[in-house]
Design a binder for this molecule. Sequence first.
Ligand SMILES: [Zn+2]
Length: 75
Amino acid sequence: MIVDCEKCEELLQPYLDRDLDEAERAEAEQHLRDCAYCRRRYRFEVELRRFVRQSVEEPMSPALKQRLASLRIPL
Ligand SMILES: [Zn+2]
């Protein structure tokens, strides 16, 4: 299988989800090594996912801390 940019784009999400079989992953990795365009897209997706994960996790914890703190302070 030869992975072109279109195919690579298709593989990118399952690749990030670790949903590809070994052969597909190898093909995707090879294309990412050879193609600066897809490598940029890949890095963007990685950053995006990190950002999304953080924005899901981080607003919760200060709010939760504040709630816990307010429970501790006697009125
Ligand atoms: Zn490409």
